[in-house]
Ligand binder design. Sequence first.
Ligand SMILES: Cc1ncc(COP(=O)(O)OP(=O)(O)O)c(N)n1
Ligand SMILES: Cc1nc(C(=O)O)sc1CCOP(=O)(O)O
Ligand SMILES: [Mg+2]
Length: 198
Amino acid sequence: MTLDRFYPIFDHTDWLRRMLPLGVKLVQLRIKEQPDAVVRAEIATAQALCRDHGAVLVVNDYWQAAIDAGCDWIHLGQEDLDDADLPAIRKAGLKLGVSTHDDDELERVLAMDPDYVALGPVYPTILKKMKWHQQGLPRVTEWKRRVGDIPLVGIGGMSVERAPGVFQAGADIVSAVTDITLNPDPETRVRQWIEVTR
Ligand SMILES: Cc1ncc(COP(=O)(O)OP(=O)(O)O)c(N)n1
Ligand SMILES: Cc1nc(C(=O)O)sc1CCOP(=O)(O)O
Ligand SMILES: [Mg+2]
């Protein structure tokens, strides 16, 4: 299955309700600091919305809830991977997307046979504090050479204007948060994203 090249990330299904009807086909639900019951209810809602709109849902972090809900995709960062039960995730048939930021992390995840590899932050991000400032486009090119046929996701400080350069550098997919969520007109911004990525 080929993943869409535009990969927005949202923290609530209210966003999915607004954005899926515009044509978003790949989306991540990234919930932080919510009780388990809220997370599970949000995952169930997101699954139903994505099913209705023919979109692929990726659940961030909550691998056990994703297994229990019968989800198709999970995204795990390096710290998540320390605690995750990878055999259980694979046994449940979930596809696995992983974050990487340096050589050691890339080596580690390649041994896990991931279904996509994300590299970030390609540009500085305001969403969260990170140890890495910006990887830059040459690093995207290097990562694509190293991951081969595994889809490469570029994340961090992405915008509609930056996306073409990131694709040209070797990314297969571009992922964005605040370029959409902090935009005064998120719907128009998502339409622009779809135009530039299809
Ligand atoms: C597509 C994509 N890439 C990277 C991340 C970051 O994952 P992680 O390092 O686990 O950090 P949190 O997002 O959980 O704060 C991601 N979520 N999605
Ligand atoms: C969630 C996340 N992970 C990153 C990584 O590098 O692993 S960068 C990032 C934030 C992306 O948000 P924005 O598009 O607003 O910069
Ligand atoms: Mg995580």
